[in-house]
Write a protein that binds this ligand. Structure first.
Ligand code: 4AD
Ligand code: MG
Length: 478
């Protein structure tokens, strides 16, 4: 029977002195043949297990190595040592799983994040990744809480689709056709009628289009699932497989949409601050440590927790794309030719431009609205100026774009015309167009990149360190 165990998180919170308990976990360190730091993943802190001298023979104690799995029964007592207020006086120790200390790749010392990525199957057992993934869990839970409280329906949109929602052509193909003998039509093209679905299919890049179908029946829906993009960007902010949250709301315009996005982001950050204080404190200290290696000028003014507090307590800045470009053109960085990429109205802002706006100019999250239609997707609502669409991106300090969204083009004729201009095949999206034919309504939605959000909250600089098993160009281990 294993389920009489108590989690260390609970013990540390309740401190039931004098009580006999059973804990199970993995050894982090074993000092002086006497003090075991045991971690069971429920919390960042370890439980100190005290082994009485002479209680066990040496051969047994030798097996208490880093990462060995133990079952320990004992009595909780007040700790006289530094660093913890309670400890467990062991009366019975069982080694559930040995761990060969010579071969175990994680040593009780600081490892680089790059090295830990190579052993991603074990990195959950470090303090840093323990903290990151408990926070990731909390954020995911808060996402559901937020939308459920507001009456949104969680819609599971398909992973395999026949559409490229963003029209960017960055899809992973899904096929069962043999590579060596692909069936060909007479003109030499691949004959997809012989394929599993009888047509070309791909992994979804976004659940939005299906989400809109849900919104025009339920009113408010959200999706939360994996999305896939074959963009060959080897950056600290791009994954080939990432999780996205996409709410879609009927009877919403662009302003309603931005208000919801802001409230949502602030809510989930607050949730993590309330439920993961200890993990955030660990990451705060970790970042302070890291910053010490940087020159004074590059260090952040706020620490991690102060930054999160600031974001939850202050309104995001709201500017139009046109205003954003003006700010960039007026900036000392532009005048001193510090930007690598040129700035003029119509450009798709590069990360250096977004970071300038957020980190240098406003020093807070910025919502940029009304982008040129040429650089945005076909489904965005066209503004009366004929040049821009009712789009919004939210840019976050240290991350750049964290949310992309828009009011949708609900007018059938305008939508079809835009699809033609952008060569989006209307006949394949007949089902999408149907919503505009049968009771169309103003509606809007957005997509939050979940890993970028986790990066923001944990302060992890590389997106590969906030998803369990990152998929990036040339890398799909584990
Ligand atoms: O701006 P994007 O491409 O928007 C959409 O997909 C819309 N369909 C969303 C909607 O309106 N329902 O992507 C949304 C967000 C980005 O702001 C970014 O945070 C994240 O998804 N994202 C990525 N995250 C990690 N790796 C990538 N390759 C990402 N591409 C986008
Ligand atoms: Mg975008």
């Amino acid at each position: 029977m294993f389920n009489n165990r108590i989690k260390i998180k609970q013990l540390l919170a309740e401190q039931p002195k004098g009580r006999q308990v059973t804990v199970m976990g993995w050894v982090r360190t074993f000092r002086n043949n006497q003090f075991i730091a045991l971690n069971d993943g429920s919390a960042n802190n370890n439980l100190q297990v005290v082994v009485e001298l002479g209680q066990y023979p040496d051969e047994f104690l030798k097996r208490i190595t880093t990462s060995a799995a133990l079952k320990v029964t004992g009595v909780i007592t007040e700790s006289l040592g530094k660093g913890q207020s309670i400890e467990l006086k062991a009366t019975e120790i069982e080694i559930l799983g040995d761990s060969d200390a010579e071969k175990y790749p994680l040593q009780p010392k600081k490892h680089s994040l790059e090295f830990l990525r190579e052993i991603a199957h074990l990195r959950f057992r470090t303090n840093t990744f323990g903290a990151v993934f408990r926070i990731r869990h909390s954020l995911a839970f808060a996402v559901h809480q937020f939308f459920n409280d507001r009456g949104f329906i969680y819609l599971h949109t398909p992973i395999i689709t026949a559409s490229d929602a963003e029209g960017a052509g960055e899809t992973f193909k899904v096929t069962t056709l043999p590579f060596d003998k692909t069936p060909r039509a007479e003109n030499g093209t691949v004959d997809f009628s012989a394929d599993f679905f009888g047509r070309p299919t791909n992994l979804t890049v976004s659940g939005q289009l299906e989400g809109e179908l849900g919104a025009t029946a339920f009113g408010d829906i959200y999706t939360f699932g994996p999305t896939f993009r074959a963009e060959n960007s080897n950056t600290a902010r791009h994954l080939a497989e990432f999780w996205m949250i996409e709410p879609e709301m009927a009877f919403y315009d662009l302003e309603d949409n931005t208000n919801l996005a802001e409230e949502f982001i602030q809510y989930i950050i607050k949730y993590a601050m309330e439920h993961n204080a200890e993990d955030l404190e660990f990451l705060r200290m970790r970042l302070l440590d890291e910053e010490k290696t940087k020159p004074q000028a590059e260090r952040s003014e706020l620490d991690l927790v102060q930054k999160l507090q600031f974001v939850t307590e202050n309104k995001f800045e709201r500017i139009t794309y046109t205003e954003a470009i003006d700010i960039l053109l007026q900036s000392p960085a532009y005048k001193k030719k510090k930007f690598q990429y040129d700035v003029k109205w119509g450009i798709d802002m590069q990360s250096e431009h977004e970071r300038y706006l957020v980190e240098k100019h406003f020093k807070k999250p910025v919502i940029v609205t009304n982008y040129p239609k040429e650089i945005k997707a076909f489904y965005m609502r066209q503004n009366d100026d004929g040049k821009t669409v009712a789009a919004m991106d939210i840019l976050a300090p240290g991350i750049g774009e964290i949310v992309g969204g828009s009011q949708r083009e609900e007018r059938y004729d305008k939508l079809v015309q835009r699809m033609e201009e952008m060569q989006v095949p209307a006949e394949e999206l007949w089902w999408y167009l149907d919503t505009r034919r049968f009771g169309t309504v103003p509606h809007a939605g957005f997509g939050l990149g979940f890993e970028r959000m986790v990066q923001f909250v944990t302060g992890m600089t590389n997106i590969r360190d906030v998803i369990a098993f990152p998929r990036t160009p040339k890398s799909a281990e584990f």
